[in-house]
Design a protein around this ligand. Structure first.
Ligand code: NDP
Ligand code: OXD
Length: 309
């Protein structure tokens, strides 16, 4: 079988693991610096490539974003006019759902209070609440968001899901559009942000929207920091309006050393790792798309640069 050559760029992901995973798909993955015949490169697997990266690859037919969120690619003025796809991998969605369930459970079961009591050598009994009495609002019902919302519903929480277009999902009370957000936020005990970074979502969660949440509500952000007005979030946490936050993503990453968030007792910080692209399961989708391109067929999981995701 003739191999299709693909160029790789990522400062975070393991080249060797991706090279091996793509071998059975008849894809020859190469690092940019190892390529001698640039015209033989048909596709690119990239995470945040530097500006101008695509310029020398004149025969590129497909760009695969090495992740789910494509905000680092869309909006650039150096992209070739060819299909751009995102990774669409059920195992990546499971990994995200596991992280969200952990963060939701931590608040639902009052774990931060027990951590504090333990440091004080204090036996602090709080009767566990019925999950059905806890409302989790999930903003964004995409591939990862929907799996996370379903996971919460499976564990008995009352789940409200919000998205751009209307969904109908068993066990989740769905709503859509700007006005519906004003109803989801005040009802939720825990708000989980799973929205992509786009022009519409930038700073969507601002001071007014944090104020519209229940006093003492918890906030979990696992999508992009830009969806949140960070100073407004800090203010809501410092004033005690919000009970706490689990933050995996930030407006600027790495989070700067002098951010007040580091020292806040009611904040749990993780360094953008709620889920990752897994070579062993994502390789098949990449192979399928490379074959589709070769057969002149429509690719799967193509993103819409105008929509932003
Ligand atoms: P998708 O692109 O599949 O889905 C996005 C969801 O957000 C859709 O339900 C969409 O609505 C909704 N949405 C988009 N714009 C709006 C809007 N203006 N108003 C209301 N809803 C909107 O994303 P995924 O679920 O796969 O992933 C979500 C994000 O998670 C990614 O974009 C990425 O930023 C982040 N991520 C973070 C990781 C981490 O480790 N922290 C790892 C992987 C991803 P509709 O369904 O109507 O189109
Ligand atoms: C992604 C991410 O979007 O890891 O895939 O943030």
């Amino acid at each position: 079988m003739t191999k299709s050559r693909m160029v790789f760029y990522s400062e975070l992901d393991d080249f060797e693991a991706w090279r091996k995973a793509l071998e059975p798909e008849a894809i020859e993955l190469c690092r940019n610096e190892d390529i001698t015949d640039v015209d033989g490169v048909r596709s690119a697997l990239v995470w945040k490539p530097p500006h101008g990266f695509f310029q020398s690859f004149r025969n590129l037919e497909l760009v695969v974003n090495l992740g789910a969120g494509v905000d680092a690619l869309v909006g650039r003025n150096d992209l070739p006019d060819i299909p751009i796809t995102r990774l669409s991998d059920p195992r990546m969605a499971r990994m995200m759902a596991g992280f969200v369930l952990f963060a939701v459970t931590r608040y639902a079961r009052d774990i931060p209070q027990f951590e504090k009591a333990q440091r004080q050598r204090r036996w602090h009994y709080l009767h566990p609440k019925d999950p059905a009495d806890i409302t989790v609002g999930v903003l964004g019902l995409g591939e990862l968001g929907l799996e996370a919302a379903r996971e919460c519903a499976r564990h008995g929480y009352r789940v409200l899901g919000w998205s751009r277009t209307q969904k109908d999902v068993d066990g989740i009370s769905c709503s859509s559009g700007a006005e519906a957000l004003a109803s989801v936020l005040p009802q939720s005990d825990i708000v989980v942000c799973m929205l992509p970074k786009t022009r519409e979502t930038d700073d969507l969660l601002d001071a007014g929207r944090f104020r519209s949440m229940k006093q003492g509500a918890f906030f979990i952000n696992v999508s992009r920091g830009s969806v949140v007005d960070e100073p407004a979030l800090i203010e809501a946490l410092q004033s005690g309006w919000l009970g706490g936050a689990t933050l995996d993503v930030f407006a600027k990453e790495p989070l700067s050393e002098d951010s007040p968030l580091w020292d806040m007792e009611n904040v749990l910080i993780t360094p953008h790792l709620a889920s990752i692209a897994l070579p062993s399961s994502a390789a098949r989708q990449i192979g399928e798309n490379v074959r589709r391109i070769a057969r002149n067929e429509v690719v799967l999981s193509r993103i819409d640069p105008r929509r932003g995701y």
